[in-house]
Ligand binder design. Structure first.
Ligand SMILES: NC(=O)c1ccc[n+]([C@@H]2O[C@H](COP(=O)([O-])OP(=O)(O)OC[C@H]3O[C@@H](n4cnc5c(N)ncnc54)[C@H](OP(=O)(O)O)[C@@H]3O)[C@@H](O)[C@H]2O)c1
Length: 310
């Protein structure tokens, strides 16, 4: 497993992080038992993944807590998030944080983030709710403060571009993948200048793990005028990535594409399938995609900022 330093936090983190939300919620959405979900987390830890992302809203914090029992707490980097809500207030944040600590069976959270903040909510969060996080940091309940975007609707990163003007965020979670690379210029460049840790979500999601959804996504992008049909094979749009010395599968290509992107630190990967987890661990041990393939992906999808890839 490759490791890196999560920018200004100084945390040593694995490039591959285990995401406990997303479409599979470590198997909770796909019919797996709690013990199977626990064993996915342990399989990840045994492979050297030390970054685990969960959230209040995923309802997987307790499973993470059980899975890390018996592990040296200092060897795991735990990230969890406070759900946004119309009536968010200081009392609710303090209560949620204490519940998260209890669920995770720990007395500190490494990265505590505001979850899926919309552009409309940003000013309220930064002015009124951030002080509650700062207070929790002073109390030692959290170590670093993060913010994650609502990528399903904010596909062009309006909220994070605003957040980058402030100096209070240690870590940001951004949607970035082969299909929507708009974070490169809009978020990653500035985040590098400010030494902010970047967690990538949506590296694969559903469009890049399901051929029918991929074709539908490409059709939509062509209809929108964001992709030139002359540059892509409509029946197997990313087939060109699979060749000797290239990607093994589209999912393999998708994780490797993100892993070597300058400015990214942890690429989150979510699964409830042990075989998928192992395949993804293998992908993170491979080299960057060949330069010609990377250039072609950048050329084809250069105008896309309107889809998440779900
Ligand atoms: N706003 C936010 O803060 C936010 C939003 C979304 C996500 N996140 C975080 O980001 C994490 C990563 O996102 P994600 O969970 O969507 O992860 P992802 O890695 O982009 O995609 C996961 C999807 O791909 C499938 N998959 C994974 N490996 C595969 C393989 N080798 N072959 C075929 N299919 C494969 C999974 O299904 P299987 O279970 O069948 O493998 C799942 O449906 C989440 O878990 C969560 O922690 C945060």
């Amino acid at each position: 497993m490759e490791y890196t330093t999560l920018a200004r936090t100084g945390l040593k983190v694995s490039k591959m992080g285990l995401g406990c939300g997303g479409p599979s919620r470590i198997g909770k959405n796909t019919g797996k038992s709690e013990s199977e979900s626990i064993s996915i987390i342990r399989q990840a830890l045994d492979a050297g993944i030390n970054f685990i992302d969960t959230a209040e809203s995923y309802r997987t914090e307790k499973i993470v807590g059980k899975a890390i029992q018996g592990h040296n707490r200092a060897s795991v980097v735990l990230s969890t998030k406070k759900t946004m809500g119309v009536k968010l207030n200081a009392r609710k944040i303090r209560k949620s944080l204490d519940a998260s600590l209890n669920n995770l069976g720990t007395d500190y959270i490494d990265i505590y983030s505001f979850h899926a903040v919309s552009p409309e909510d940003y000013e309220f969060i930064a002015s009124n709710m951030l002080p509650v996080f700062l207070e929790a940091r002073d109390q030692g309940k959290i170590r670093f403060i993060g913010i994650t975007e609502a990528f399903h609707s904010d596909t062009g990163h309006i909220m994070l571009q605003r957040a980058l003007q402030d100096d209070c965020w240690d870590v940001m979670m951004v949607g970035f993948n082969i299909l929507n690379q708009s974070a490169r210029d809009r978020v990653l460049t500035k985040a590098m200048e400010k030494n902010i840790g970047i967690l990538v979500m949506y590296a694969v999601r559903r469009a890049l793990s399901n051929p029918a959804r991929l074709r539908a996504a490409i059709h939509a992008l062509i209809a929108e005028g964001k992709v030139n049909p002359a540059e892509i094979d409509m029946s197997e749009p990313l087939r060109f990535l699979m060749h000797d010395g290239g990607a093994i599968t589209i999912v393999d290509a998708a994780y490797r594409f993100c892993c070597y992107e300058p400015g990214t630190h942890v690429i989150l990967s979510g699964t409830g399938e042990p075989v998928h987890l192992q395949a993804n661990i293998d992908s993170f041990s491979r080299q960057s995609l060949p330069r010609d393939d990377m250039n072609r992906l950048m050329q084809i999808f250069q105008k896309v900022d309107s889809l998440s890839g779900d």
